[in-house]
Ligand binder design. Structure first.
Ligand SMILES: Cc1ncc(COP(=O)(O)O)c(C=O)c1O
Length: 362
C-alpha cells in the first residue's frame, strides 16, 4: 500500500475486498464504504427519490437507525416484531405502510434473519423497496442461502466490534447493477455521475473506504470461519453453564431452523419463574464486575414518539433480555463463573428481593 503510494480512492485493496466479500455472500456487487451507517443513509436517500417520507423499521434494534433515516430526509415509522424471531413482523409492516412510505428497512438479528419471504411479499404487494441491515447476519443463512443477496440490498459493518473487523468500515451487497452504480457514484461525491445517477437523483458524499481499513478487513475475512467456530464453541460452553436454570433461556439455542449462525452475541432471555426483574438482575451482575448490558432496551419509539406506534411485542421483549460477555477475551472459566452467578440469582432471587425491599423501608 505504501510502496504503491495508493492509500485511498478505490485502491486495489478495496477492490480485492469487494471481490472477496461478493464471493463470500454469493452476490454480484459489493460496494465498500467508510461505515455501515453511511450505507443505510445512502440507500434510504436513493429509495426516496428525493421525496420526504417514512421508512418502516423495527424499534427493537440498534439506536442509530432512526438517526440515519433523518439524515436521508425520512421519518422512522416503527412496526412491531415477531415474538419468536424478534425481527419485523410482515403483518405489522403491512399495517404501518401508507402513501408516505418510501422503503422497508428490516434488520437481521444475530439469532434470526426473520421472515424474509413474508416481508418480500408485503414489499412486492405495495411496490416498495425492501432492504436489510444485516450487520449481525454475517455468515447466517436463510433457506440455505447465505445473507447478502436478499431484498434490493443488504448492509454490513466492518466496525472493530463486528465479525469482520476493518477497524471501521462497511459495505452494501446487491444484485441490482444500476443500484450498485448509483452507490459507487454516491460514495465519491457523485463525481462524473450522469443519467440516473445525476445530482437530481443522488446526493453525493464521501463514504469511501480507504486502503488501511481494507487491508485489515481482508485479514479478518480470511479468518471468518475460525472466528465463527470459536464463537460457536463459546456459545456451547454458555449453554452448558446455564443448562436447567429456571426462567433463563439463551436466544438461538438450539438453532430452530438448523441454518448456520454466527454466534456473535450471547443473549439471555429472562421470564417467569426467573425471580428478579431484568434491570435489577443487570444491576446485581454489574456489581459483581460483569461487563453486561440490556439488549435493545429501551425501544427506539420512546425517543422517537412521532408518529405514535403501538408495539406490544417490542415493549414486552425490551424488558426481557441480557447481553452476556462474548468474544475471544471471554474464557471458559469466565463462562463457568457467569453461569454460577446466574444460578445463584435464580436460587436466591426471592430473598435478595426481600432484603432489598427491607433496606428501602425507612
Ligand atoms: C445493527 C446495526 N446496524 C448498523 C450499525 C452501524 O454500523 P457502523 O458502525 O459501521 O456505522 C451498527 C453498529 O453497531 C449496528 O449494530
Amino acid at each position: 500500500m505504501v510502496e504503491r503510494r495508493r492509500l485511498t480512492n478505490d485502491g486495489p485493496l478495496v477492490q480485492e475486498l469487494e471481490a472477496q466479500l461478493a464471493a463470500y455472500h454469493g452476490v454480484h456487487h459489493c460496494i465498500a464504504l467508510a461505515n455501515a451507517g453511511l450505507g443505510l443513509i445512502m440507500l434510504m436517500q436513493i429509495f426516496s427519490g428525493g421525496r420526504q417520507g417514512e421508512v418502516v423499521m423495527p424499534a427493537f434494534t440498534f439506536r442509530g437507525l432512526p438517526h440515519f433515516a433523518r439524515w436521508a430526509g425520512q421519518q422512522p415509522r416503527f412496526a412491531d416484531i415477531d415474538l419468536n424471531t424478534q425481527t419485523l413482523s410482515p403483518v405489522a409492516v403491512e399495517a404501518a405502510i401508507s402513501e408516505r412510505t418510501t422503503a422497508i428497512l428490516a434488520v437481521c438479528n444475530f439469532n434470526s434473519p426473520g421472515d424474509i419471504d413474508g416481508l418480500a411479499e408485503v414489499a412486492a404487494r405495495h411496490d416498495l423497496p425492501l432492504f436489510f441491515d444485516s450487520v449481525y447476519g454475517v455468515g447466517t443463512a436463510y433457506r440455505g442461502r447465505r445473507l447478502g443477496s436478499f431484498g434490493r440490498a443488504e448492509v454490513f459493518s466492518l466496525h472493530a466490534t463486528k465479525l469482520i473487523n476493518g477497524f471501521e468500515g462497511g459495505y452494501v451487497t446487491t444484485n441490482d447493477a444500476p443500484l450498485a452504480r448509483q452507490l459507487r457514484y454516491q460514495r465519491n461525491f457523485c463525481y462524473g455521475a450522469e443519467g440516473d445517477c445525476s445530482a437530481d437523483m443522488l446526493i453525493g458524499l464521501n463514504a469511501k473506504l480507504n486502503e488501511p481499513h481494507a487491508a485489515m478487513a481482508l485479514l479478518s475475512l480470511a479468518r471468518i470461519d475460525e472466528t465463527i467456530g470459536a464463537n460457536g464453541a463459546r456459545f456451547e460452553e454458555y449453554a452448558t453453564a446455564c443448562a436447567g436454570i429456571p426462567g433463563l433461556r439463551l436466544l438461538g439455542h438450539p438453532v430452530p431452523d438448523g441454518e448456520p449462525r454466527n454466534y456473535s452475541l450471547v443473549v439471555a432471555e429472562l421470564a417467569p419463574p426467573w425471580p428478579l426483574d431484568r434491570d435489577l438482575t443487570l444491576a446485581l451482575l454489574r456489581a459483581e464486575g460483569l461487563a453486561i448490558s440490556a439488549y435493545y432496551s429501551p425501544p427506539l419509539n420512546r425517543d422517537w414518539p412521532d408518529p405514535p406506534a403501538h408495539l406490544p411485542v417490542t415493549e414486552i421483549l425490551a424488558s426481557r433480555f441480557l447481553q452476556l460477555p462474548a468474544g475471544h477475551l471471554v474464557s471458559r472459566g469466565d463462562i463457568e463463573a457467569i453461569g454460577a452467578l446466574l444460578r445463584f440469582l435464580a436460587r436466591h432471587g426471592p430473598s435478595i428481593r426481600a432484603a432489598l425491599a427491607e433496606e428501602r423501608t425507612p
